[in-house]
Design a binder for this molecule. Sequence first.
Ligand code: HEC
Length: 180
Amino acid sequence: MLRWTRTVGITIVVVLVAIVGLYFTLAKAAAPAAGQAFKAEGGLVEFTPGGKLKQPVGYREWVFIGTPLTPNELNDGHATFPEFHNVYIDPGSFAYWRKTGKFRDGTVIIKDLVGVGYKKAPSGNGYFEGDYTGMEAAIKDSKRFKDEPGNWAYFDFGSKQPLKEDAAKKPTAACNACHQ
Ligand code: HEC
């Protein structure tokens, strides 16, 4: 009798563990991959019916590329962009770039502009990130932007909050002339 009870007990525990394990496996499979929380047209960003780029979301969880800073102090007091430039790329395109050295169709690169906050901290004097001010995006798409140099189009969501809800592609001369 004792043996039978123990066998039943062990069986119940094993079944429970299996159910919990299955639950987490299924939950993981159903969850979107990191950085892919939003999707449209098979891509990571969404366009309006009129072809404007909707303000991207979720990109701060993509692959972080780096942060150049061109402070006023090093530019005669008048830097064109005195802010930090935090740059992100979508994870799938980063993986592709790392493998091939090329930017694939659908690559999205986003640049957050972040003002200089304070310049002193217990760690020393320097430049510390302040508030988010602006945001720009570059997207490579050989169908949508077939006439742009390198098929890259550039979008500017403004340089003060609140940012624009959507942005039209900038003229080639405004951004791509420099970027190409
Ligand atoms: C005077 C040349 C110049 C012009 C004009 C220019 N850019 Fe850039 N851009 C740069 C340089 C240099 C960098 C890399 C260093 C940095 O971020 O400051 C850069 C970086 C970027 C990045 C980060 C990804 C990358 O390619 O490095 C984005 C996004 C971007 N620019 C968008 C734009 C948009 C949108 C416009 C037009 C409104 C624009 N740029 C106009 C020179 C330029």
